[in-house]
Design a protein around this ligand. Structure first.
Ligand SMILES: C[S@@+](CC[C@H](N)C(=O)[O-])C[C@H]1O[C@@H](n2cnc3c(N)ncnc32)[C@H](O)[C@@H]1O
Length: 290
């Protein structure tokens, strides 16, 4: 499925409160769903800078958005300050971060994100990056792997799973997603509602893409780029991300740099979740620069 349904679109648009002649940064442009809605609100003098670290996503977004008011650039959002300065977006009116992977990335089995994939373990959002999930699974030390599963997957059975991985890879490398899913399932030895490999895959994806470092640095960069009255909106999809966003915004509010736009995170309605399962765990938080 190429079509990506933007999550919490109405709520994001209300929170961003796009000004006709404003400058906006969509720091995770993906397939351009949110960007398209922002563009609709922008007048002829408004401008949008769209970033993503996946060039395949940017190619698709450019077909969808192709417009003289948009500039698209391959950049990891932790590095957005330099790009924004070069493109004259240093004083902007709003920034959106819609975290995680897109449906396009997840469902393209060759990208190796899904435990159903028979392809090589990969999970790189930026295919130009050197280290993939294969490297972590086959080359990382036992202690590092265990820490990754515990920290990023909040996986209670981290030790048991990692022991099994290490025993398996001594015989032969674990090459495909499906192979890793089987190893994890065998270590679990029981099945619940969710696939036993869900947490392991989430943890590896976060580690491979350095998602927590990206988020910490991206939030700070974004806050620094907003003019007074400019708004930062962040959509997160798991508790580690949401905790980081919450703490960052609360801290900035306490120190008098921003005003929180909602005390509690905004979640998708039951109706939206039914229509778009990707919205199930989404949480939206926002703040305004003072
Ligand atoms: C959930 S999708 C965004 C979907 C988009 N809002 C839409 O409506 O089509 C997340 C996108 O962010 C990108 N991404 C994730 N982390 C990133 C980072 N640190 N820097 C730049 N792009 C990132 C992914 O490659 C993916 O394309």
């Amino acid at each position: 499925m190429d079509e990506h349904v933007p999550v919490l679109l109405e709520e994001v648009m209300t929170m961003l409160a796009v000004k006709q002649d404003g400058k906006y940064i969509d720091a995770t442009v993906g397939l351009g769903g949110h960007s398209e809605a922002i563009l609709k609100k922008l007048g002829p003098c408004g401008r949008l800078l769209g970033l993503d670290r996946d060039s395949a996503a940017l190619r698709k977004a450019s077909k969808r958005l192709g417009n003289e008011r948009v500039v698209l650039q391959k950049t990891a959002f932790a590095d957005m300050s330099a790009v924004a300065a070069a493109r004259e977006f240093s004083q902007c009116d709003g920034i959106l971060l819609d975290l995680g992977v897109s449906m396009m990335q997840l469902k393209d089995h060759e990208r190796g994100f899904s435990f159903q994939s028979e392809h090589r373990l990969d999970m790189r959002m930026d295919p130009d990056q050197e280290e993939s999930a294969w490297h972590f699974v086959n080359k990382a030390s036992e202690a590092d792997l265990e820490r990754i599963l515990r920290e990023y997957g909040e996986e209670h059975f981290a030790r048991r799973i990692v022991r099994r991985i290490v025993a398996e890879r001594r015989n032969a490398s674990i090459d495909t997603c499906a192979q890793l899913a089987d190893v994890v399932s065998a270590a679990y030895g029981r099945r619940g509602k969710t696939h036993p490999a869900t947490r392991t895959f989430q943890a590896l994806r976060i580690a491979v893409n350095r998602e927590m470092e990206q988020l910490q640095n991206g939030l700070a960069a974004a806050e620094g780029l907003l003019r007074a009255g400019g708004r930062l909106c962040v959509l997160s999809y798991h508790s580690l991300e949401d905790r980081m966003v919450k703490q960052f915004m609360r801290n900035s509010a306490r120190e008098g740099r921003v005003l929180l736009l909602a005390k509690k995170p905004i979640a998708a309605s039951r109706d939206e979740t039914r229509r778009n399962p990707a919205a199930r765990s989404a949480k939206l938080r926002g703040c305004e620069r003072l």
